[in-house]
Ligand binder design. Structure first.
Ligand code: FES
Ligand code: FE
Length: 339
C-alpha cells in the first residue's frame, strides 16, 4: 500500500455472486476501504466506503434504485460517486455539486468484480481465452484472506524447488528435491514460463485425471501478470488440461485476498467438481501454511534474502517490480526496521 503505482492495476476483488441489488458489500483494496454494489443495470460499482456528509460507512447502508444509500441520513450516491438523492432537501432545491465521493472503475470479468483505483490503468484486465471458451468448464475454487504478501504467493507458483517439501503429501516427490529447469521470458504483462515436472500422482488425482499411474508428468505453461496474478496451464500425458487462475489481491500490507478458479477440458462425468476442488484445495492449503509464516514485507532488494538458482523467476519478478517503481519515480518502501 506504500507504493502508489500499485493503484494503477486491475484487481479481482469479489465474486459477482456475493453482490446483490439490496445489500452493499465492504472490501479493502490496497488499504482503501471500498463499498461495492450492483447498479440498476446489474453492473458492479465501487466507491470509497465513506460518506462525504459525516463520514458514515456506506457499506452499512442499502441500495436504492442502483445507488448506494448512506445509513446515517440517507444520501444516495450513483456509480460515479455523484450524490443523486438527499431526502432532507425540498424537491425544488438542487443538490450541491460538492456532494460527491471518490468512485472507481469497476467491471465484471470471469465471474468476479474487478476494480482499478486509478483511472489510468497501466495494463488491461488479463485476457484468458480459456476462461471464456464455452467448450471448457469453469470451476470457481475459493476466495479467502491469506496473511501474506502477493509477491510471496506469486513467486511460490513459479518455484519448482518447494514441491518435495511443501507438497510431499500431495504431488511432490520427497526423494527428488532437485528442481526441474524452466524457460522464462519477459513479456509486456510480466513473465511467461515453461517447464516440465515429474510428479507423484496420488489416488485422488488418478481419479481426477483418469491416469492410473503412480507418477506422471506435468507440462506447465504459466504467466505472471504484474503485479499479483498468475495463470498455470498444466497438460498431462493423456491430454487432460487443468488451468488455474490465481490472484493475490492486496488488501493491506499484511494480507491478500486469494481467489482461484480453474478451467478444464474434460467433463463432470470424467472428474467431479468436488474432487477437482478437493485436490487443488489440499495443494493450496499446503502452500498457505508455509507462506503465512513468511515476512509479509517481501523485499525487492535482492541483497536482503539469500537465493538459489531455481529462484530465477522470483528474482526476475523483483527486478520487474523494481523497474516499475523506478519508471514511476518511486523507490521501494520497507516497513520500518525491516532493512
Ligand atoms: Fe451520510 Fe449523513 S453521514 S448522509
Ligand atoms: Fe506450491
Amino acid at each position: 500500500t506504500q507504493q502508489p503505482v500499485l493503484r494503477r492495476f486491475w484487481y479481482p476483488v469479489v465474486p459477482m455472486s456475493e453482490l446483490s441489488f439490496d445489500r452493499p458489500y465492504a472490501i479493502k483494496l490496497l488499504g482503501e476501504h471500498l463499498v461495492l454494489w450492483l447498479d440498476a443495470d446489474g453492473q458492479p460499482a465501487a466507491a470509497l466506503d465513506r460518506c462525504c456528509h459525516r463520514s458514515a460507512q456506506l457499506s452499512k447502508g442499502s441500495i436504492v434504485n442502483g445507488c448506494v444509500q448512506c445509513p446515517y441520513h440517507g444520501w444516495q450516491f450513483d456509480r460515479h460517486g455523484t450524490c443523486v438523492g438527499v431526502p432532507q432537501l425540498e424537491p425544488y432545491q438542487a443538490i450541491p455539486a460538492s456532494y460527491r465521493i471518490p468512485a472507481y472503475q469497476c467491471t465484471p470479468r470471469y465471474g468476479y468484480a474487478w476494480v482499478c483505483l486509478d483511472d489510468r490503468p497501466l495494463q488491461p484486465i488479463p485476457t484468458i481465452p480459456e476462461a471464456e471458451d464455452p467448450n471448457l468448464r469453469f470451476i470457481h475454487q475459493f476466495y479467502e484472506r491469506w496473511n501474506c504478501s502477493g509477491l510471496r504467493i506469486m513467486e511460490n507458483s513459479f518455484d519448482n524447488a518447494h514441491f518435495s517439501f511443501v507438497h510431499y503429501a500431495s504431488f511432490g516427490d520427497q526423494h527428488q528435491p532437485r528442481p526441474a529447469s524452466l524457460q522464462v521470458s519477459s513479456v509486456d504483462h510480466g513473465l511467461t514460463v515453461k517447464t516440465v515436472v515429474d510428479v507423484v500422482n496420488p489416488p485422488l488425482q488418478q481419479k481426477n485425471l483418469r491416469l492410473a499411474e503412480a507418477t506422471t508428468v506435468r507440462t506447465m505453461h504459466s504467466n505472471w501478470y504484474l503485479p499479483f496474478i498468475r495463470t498455470l496451464k498444466i497438460t498431462y500425458p493423456n491430454g487432460v488440461m487443468h488451468m488455474l487462475f490465481t490472484a493475490a489481491t492486496p488488501i493491506d500490507d499484511r494480507s491478500s485476498q486469494v481467489l482461484q478458479f480453474c478451467v478444464r477440458n474434460d467433463t463432470e462425468a470424467d472428474a467431479s467438481t468436488e474432487d477437482i476442488i478437493a485436490f487443488d484445495r489440499q495443494v493450496t492449503l499446503e502452500d498457505r501454511a508455509v507462506l503465512e509464516t513468511t515476512d509479509y514485507d517481501a523485499p525487492l532488494d535482492t541483497s536482503v534474502e539469500q537465493h538459489m538458482a531455481s529462484d530465477r523467476v522470483g528474482i526476475m519478478m523483483r527486478h520487474r517490480l523494481t523497474a516499475l517503481l523506478k519508471e514511476h519515480g518511486e523507490v521501494e518502501i520497507r516497513r520500518s526496521g525491516a532493512m
